[in-house]
Design a protein around this ligand. Structure first.
Ligand code: ZN
Length: 245
């Protein structure tokens, strides 16, 4: 008897579920984070029109001389680098970074990370990675924001590449002030001695540090120099969502 009724209940439940979803969408419409246009059910966070206007970066994987590689020349040893798009003020990319960092959009970070992972995989299928290390933020900042945006990106990338994310490898011990309005010299001073490496020896050969945006590279430089000193044989690559032009 119940076997026959099961599809009927299933249909009724499905009907109420989509009806309820419509009501929720009416009260809280799902809008594009860039242009505020209502999203189609197949779209997530950003509409197709805005997605097409994002300035994606193409780095030739056969060369180690892309602009992000060059940023670290003479500063720290970096194995390889990857950035998904360029970042300029007043562009879609700036809105994406703002929403990721301050918009309480944890799931958006995962989606962007998946996007990074998919794009990277198309170009570099043979590089062996042992772990993704998100750039840490101070626990207080993480509490206020609800998440660490670099960790969300790393989780998204890791889900595509099937590589673990290690959030304990390096921690932030000091809550530095916002970097945005500081000069290059003061940014470097600001990030020195704020990172602490975990005491557990990890058997990694190649790690990838994940960050949301790179401007001067001071934060990444500080992190990498600490890791270089402790583990000189460890290869370190960098994945960022956006690179400032
Ligand atoms: Zn849009």
């Amino acid at each position: 008897m119940f076997i026959f009724l099961k599809p009927l209940f299933h249909n009724i439940f499905g009907y109420f579920k989509s009806f309820f979803q419509e009501i929720v969408n009416l009260i809280f419409p799902n809008l594009c984070l860039i242009c505020d246009r209502e999203l189609l059910t197949v779209e997530q966070h950003i509409c197709s029109f805005c997605t097409m206007e994002i300035h994606m970066i193409y780095f030739d994987p056969s060369t180690r001389e892309n602009p992000l590689d060059k940023l670290f020349w003479g500063r720290v040893n970096v194995h390889s680098t990857f950035a998904l798009f360029n970042f300029e003020k007043g562009t879609h990319e700036q809105k994406i970074l703002h929403q990721l960092k301050y918009g309480f959009k944890a799931q958006f970070g995962i989606q962007l990370g998946k996007w990074m992972g998919t794009d990277w995989l198309q170009k570099n299928q043979h590089l062996k990675i042992d772990a993704f290390i998100p750039v840490p933020i101070h626990p207080r900042k993480k509490f206020n924001r609800g998440y660490n945006q670099s960790e969300q990106l790393a989780n998204g990338i890791a889900s595509i590449l099937k590589v673990p994310v290690d959030c304990n490898f390096i921690r932030k011990s000091k809550n530095t002030n916002s970097q945005t309005k500081k000069s290059i010299f003061h940014r470097r001073l600001n990030v020195e001695n704020v990172f602490k490496l975990s005491n557990n020896w990890r058997q990694y050969k190649h790690i990838v540090i994940v960050d949301d945006v790179v401007t001067t590279g001071a934060t990444l430089e500080a992190m990498i120099s600490i890791i270089n000193k402790r583990y000189p044989a460890l290869e370190i690559s960098i994945f960022v969502l956006a690179m400032a032009k």
